[in-house]
Design a protein around this ligand. Structure first.
Ligand code: GDP
Length: 296
């Protein structure tokens, strides 16, 4: 569907075969193609600018290797810079504290937050051999709490019993207490989403973070979020101390540019990607794989 970056750059560099070093004018011409490739992959514009600036600095003046074309060399420089910016390593959850460790899930409505809560709980139960309890703090959306209870049944993960009419902060307190008394290792708090970021939502997130003192606060973002990814990331990370990001719907058409935007704005690692609707469709984030996908 998309022209690959190598294809685009071969045209730009055809004329300079045989020269010694990557000249600034050639690199700038190549970076115009890189810029288009990143925008097509849905990387947010301010992040594209910052990235192109950095990659240009790295590329200018590099000796052209004999074994590759200048185009291939620029692709490698860009790819390496992307991997570096995405975070060179996979980063798992850090829950090494006196139990119960608290994982708080935040994000916009429809981002896949509730599904991801259940996926992570299942993964922690099966691979991490942890005793996990989930609690839905979403009292706005009808049936949100029932949705999580159903997912709990499907994944054989305990959920906090629902008490009608209770407010999010009180549900969180009850979850922590129940987890302590019943010896759970991890409590996962699935917070309410909104269609757009608003102050009432942020105040609620802050209050919940204050009382539950989470080891992890994960921002769940749909990989199809394009230019808006910067606003979402900025709003959440300004208000609550995020520890990581989960990118959902990476099984779809998304090129994954949101990963770069989210990482650049929050400064926090992308920890997982969601790869389907099934409850085991979640993987640790591979920076190299996503860099390749962004570049096409
Ligand atoms: P929430 O409003 O943020 O809690 O979103 P939900 O967890 O209810 O998810 C909304 C929809 O997205 C559901 O139909 C999920 O099955 C679907 N979904 C969540 N994560 C993924 C994913 O990684 N890939 C795909 N294809 N669908 C997903």
């Amino acid at each position: 569907m998309f022209e690959t970056l190598s294809d685009r750059l071969s045209g730009v560099f055809d004329k300079l075969r045989g020269r010694g070093a990557l000249a600034e004018a050639d690199v700038r011409a190549a970076m115009r193609e890189v810029r288009i490739a990143l925008l097509e992959a849905d990387v947010a514009l301010p992040v594209v600018r910052e990235f192109v600036e950095k990659a240009t600095e790295q590329a200018v003046g590099q000796n052209v290797l004999k074994s590759v074309t200048p185009g291939q060399q620029v692709v490698k420089i860009v790819n390496d810079a992307l991997v570096e910016m995405l975070g060179s390593d996979q980063v798992d959850l850090e829950l090494d504290v006196a139990p119960p460790a608290v994982v708080m899930m935040v994000g916009l409505q429809g981002s896949g937050k509730t599904t991801t809560t259940a996926k992570i709980a299942k993964r922690l139960t099966e691979r991490g051999r942890k005793r996990v309890m989930m609690a839905s703090l979403d009292v706005n959306r009808p049936a949100a709490q029932e949705q999580l209870a159903t997912l709990g049944t499907q994944t054989s993960v305990a959920t906090l019993p629902i008490v009608e009419g209770q407010q999010p902060v009180d549900i969180a307190r009850r979850a922590l207490q129940a987890a302590k008394l019943q010896g759970f290792d991890v409590v996962m708090l699935d917070t309410a989403g909104r269609l757009h970021v608003d102050q009432a939502l942020m105040d609620e997130m802050k209050a919940l973070a204050d009382i539950s003192k989470p080891q992890e606060i994960l921002l769940v973002v749909d990989a199809l979020t394009g230019q808006d990814a910067v606003n979402v990331a900025k709003n959440f990370s300004d208000q609550v101390p995020l520890t990581g990001v989960v990118l959902t719907r990476m099984d779809g058409d998304a090129r994954g540019g949101a990963a770069l935007s989210m990482r650049a704005v929050t400064g926090k690692p992308i920890k997982f990607v969601g790869t389907g609707e099934k409850l085991d469709a979640i993987e640790l984030f591979h920076p190299g794989r996503v860099a390749g996908r962004i570049l096409g």
